[in-house]
Design a protein around this ligand. Structure first.
Ligand SMILES: [Zn+2]
Length: 816
């Protein structure tokens, strides 16, 4: 026995480690026997950090909309953790071709989709093993773990499941515990899909996470997901198409990792597939975004998801349990760290190579436009740590986005210049280039997103080098200056202007808008310009103070005038100068609508426009007195066939005729087009009568002919229509499908004119192109005393198509 003593000393650390409580021991139930709520997960991570302060650091990097903490765990050896900041700095030097880093950085992200609920459970077992039996992986590796990217969504699912589950759980797929319903846990609080938000950063979870991500730019990033219960497991390598910027090494290393996973899966007799379905193109995913930042980004998909529960019978009669699902995600998590740890040198070399000058074709992107829009774009660039400068009074030559041809653009010191000669060159190329090169047209997501189109900027991509300057001196001063003017005038051409308006309306300030262009004191104003008069607001306490504060807050330039008598156009007292109503707005939610499309509207009102909205669920919609509302929004969705029956449609139409304003989006238009009183009509479709002689195998290719997978089209704008105030005569629209409607008599505000049915960016099948030729995009129809606004395309899609948002604001405030 004595002999053993020295040995005991050597093993003492392991002895201590063995004291660490496993998730099951800590939680008091066997992991996988029930779902762990987010606060318990946080408690376990906190417990580990307290127990292992030298090998683990816990960071709360933010809070969700529902005030749940967002956390990151950093783990490595004691020595590495002591030097954590130094390791990080050395790693980041690689982006400048410097430094000699010798550690791998692996970032594991769990549960971005809330109801793909196994991920967070698996994370607990994974971190426990990394701190105990697999701690040897950490010798040369720092592992960063986000146990739950989307706590609001996950708790929504977990709480729901706990309420509806059978006891003991029932594997019958028909039982309620496997049918989550409309308000499901996949998305975040605002029903946004956080795995479509990495590039656009519209959601607070993404914004806060990306700050941390940019501090680390990991070599390897894994996004843990779940797919349908009947699918087995998917891991890397990914499927085609790959974006052309993805390097050979990035492709190759996915195979290395995949093969290591396969070794474990084979040994256990588990099923899996690779190289299918999950492609690498759209830049806003948890796999592509890290790739475009030099890492190996991967999606892992376990079978299960929202239907899985604690156990479910699959189609082939097997039972898939939560414990199985944990085992698989746990295995790939550890295997990923193992591979990274075994390839530290290579990962570091290749990461450095990735950041070397890429010599991309376009060296610079030049952007002109309204300062509000440029500011919106620089806000986004700042979040991505993309550098930019400004231009000068010179003419730039290159590819013109507006014409899709080579041409020139006159620069100024307000022209924004974004160069590919910078560490974030690849991300710049991916986000800015006019047309992403696809290796295949069959993709999981949209094929176009080019920022100059999304932000409505006049842009040019040039192969030349450009001398950049720093930001121009801002001479503009905001506020109202003199406070006793007759009126204050502001322009109307950006979503910022709409935010400014909403802020005034929220304070009950009366605002007018001009329906005709006018000129006063030598300055021209367009349709939609805002006019705030003193006499309209004489009963508002502190009117000028409120106006002054709003002008400063929204950087809104206001021009004071001492008369309502215009040089040309209509005077302020004219019938052509309308009063903007403070509106009561409602949006439909529930089964007829898509959660995502509803969520975009909800988020738009509460987090962008900051204007109140009532949510009317379909379950009691027919009992609601619509006359209480000025505006009703029908979000896009697939369930309108039963909802928009004759009775409901009549109720809505009657309300419109009495003065209501209906905003119909996406598929709701299709149902309305079949009903009396609605002028919108679907374009007649010529049936393809040719017999399909292709092989059975090619059905996917056949389908693609009639598909538009998110492509950009150049549309015409009638900016005399109030729906299009503030726009010029063209608009680049993001089309997400092939629905097509005829022009509206006198109400086609935005439409594809003859010959405009070819996308300027992205993919549209040949049949789809025929179908959308000469079709409506946004239009208005007067019905009785009310209005119907049709939005065939979705200007609020994923919250990132900045230039479309003013159409939505116009629909609310300008169309009357
Ligand atoms: Zn997912």
């Amino acid at each position: 026995m004595k002999k053993l003593l020295p040995l005991l000393f050597v093993t003492l650390p392991f002895f201590l480690i063995a004291q660490l409580k496993s998730p099951s021991e800590f939680l008091g139930y066997e992991l996988g026997s029930q779902f762990t709520r987010h606060h318990q997960v946080v408690d376990y991570y906190q417990y580990l950090a307290d127990a292992e302060p030298k090998r683990m650091k816990l960071l709360e990097y933010g809070k969700t909309n529902e005030r749940r903490p967002l956390i990151l765990a950093f783990i490595s050896t004691e020595q590495n953790m002591q030097n954590l900041e130094q390791i990080r700095e050395e790693h980041l030097k690689s982006t400048k071709g410097e430094g000699s880093p010798d550690k791998a950085i692996v970032w594991l992200s769990y549960n971005v989709h809330g109801n793909e609920s196994v991920s967070t459970e698996a994370s607990m077992q994974t971190i426990y093993d990394l701190l105990t039996s697999k701690s040897n992986y950490l010798e040369n590796t720092v592992v960063i773990m986000d146990p739950c990217i989307n706590p609001d969504g996950r708790d929504r699912y977990v709480n729901w499941y706990n309420q509806y589950k059978n006891t003991p759980f029932n594997v019958d797929p028909n039982s309620k515990e496997h049918h989550e319903g409309w308000w499901n846990g996949r998305s975040n609080h605002y029903m946004f899909d956080l795995n479509r938000d990495w590039a656009w950063l519209t959601q607070i979870e993404s914004q806060q996470r990306l700050k941390q991500f940019n501090k680390w730019l990991p070599h390897v990033h894994v996004d843990f997901h779940e797919q349908g219960v009947n699918s087995p497991y998917y891991f890397a390598p990914a499927a085609e198409p790959f974006h052309e910027v993805i390097t050979d090494f990035q492709r190759e290393f996915q195979v290395t990792i995949g093969k290591n996973h396969a070794k474990y899966f084979d040994a256990n007799g588990w099923f899996y597939f690779t190289k299918e379905v999950f492609d690498l193109l759209y830049p806003s995913y948890g796999d592509t975004y890290p790739i475009y930042n030099g890492g190996i980004g991967m999606t892992y998909e376990q079978g299960g998801g929202g239907r899985g529960g604690l156990g479910i019978l699959t189609d082939i009669g097997d039972t898939l349990t939560l414990k199985d699902r944990i085992a698989h995600h746990h295995t790939t998590g550890l295997s990923t760290v193992e591979v990274a740890s075994g390839n530290v040198e290579r990962l570091n070399d290749e990461f450095k190579k990735f950041y070397q000058n890429k010599n991309y074709k376009y060296k610079n992107y030049v952007l002109n436009g309204d300062t509000d829009k440029l500011e919106k774009l620089t806000d986004l660039l700042d979040k991505h740590e993309i550098e930019y400068g400004y231009g000068s009074n010179t003419t730039y030559k290159g590819f013109r986005y507006n014409t899709s041809k080579s041409g020139s653009l006159r620069g100024s010191n307000n022209s924004l210049i974004v160069s590919t000669d910078q560490p974030k060159a690849t991300l710049v190329k991916v986000l800015f280039e006019p047309n992403a090169k696809l290796s295949d047209s069959v993709t999981y997501d949209i094929t176009a997103w080019s920022l100059p189109y999304a932000y409505g900027l006049d842009a040019l991509a040039t192969e030349s080098n450009i001398q950049k300057t720093t930001a121009p001196q801002k001479t503009e001063e905001f506020g109202i200056g003199k406070s006793d003017s007759y009126a204050y005038i502001g322009d109307w051409n950006s979503i910022k202007d709409a935010q400014f308006l909403a802020a005034l309306l929220n304070e009950n300030i009366r605002v007018r808008y001009s329906k005709k262009p006018f000129k006063i004191n030598g300055t021209d104003y367009d349709r939609g310009s805002l006019i705030v008069t003193k006499s309209d607001n004489k009963y508002i306490d502190g009117f000028t103070k409120i106006l002054d504060a709003a002008s400063k807050k929204f950087h809104k330039k206001l021009t004071p005038v001492n008369t309502g008598f215009v040089d040309s156009g209509k005077d302020f007292g004219s019938g052509y100068v309308g009063v903007i109503k403070n509106l009561k707005i409602a949006a439909l939610s529930g089964n007829p609508t898509s959660t995502l499309r509803f969520g975009e509207i909800w988020h738009f009102f509460e987090q962008q426009l900051n204007y109140p909205i009532s949510v009317l669920d379909e379950s009691y919609f027919n009992r609601v007195d619509l006359t209480e509302y000025d505006v009703l929004i029908l979000p896009d969705g697939r369930g309108y066939r039963s909802f928009l029956n004759e009775m409901t449609t009549n109720k809505i139409a009657e309300w419109v005729r009495g003065g209501g304003k209906l905003i119909a989006m996406g598929n709701s238009i299709g149902m309305l087009s079949k009903q009396k009183g609605f002028n919108i009509k679907e374009k007649e479709q010529k049936k393809d009568t040719t017999i399909n002689m292709d092989a059975f195998d090619s059905t996917e290719r056949e389908y693609i002919k009639s598909a538009i997978t998110g492509a950009i089209f150049k549309a015409n704008v009638d900016n005399t229509n109030p729906l299009a105030y503030g726009y010029n005569d063209t608009y680049f629209t993001l089309k997400l499908g092939n629905s097509a409607y005829n022009y509206l008599d006198g109400g086609s505000a935005v439409y594809l004119s003859k010959g405009a049915n070819k996308p300027v960016s992205g993919f549209a099948g040949s049949e789809a192109q025929k179908r959308i030729a000469e079709s409506l995009i946004f239009g208005t129809q007067r019905m009785g005393r009310g209005q119907v606004i049709y939005m065939v395309d979705n200007p609020l899609f994923r919250g990132f198509w900045e230039n479309g948002k003013l159409f939505f604001a116009n629909a609310l405030f300008m169309v009357n």
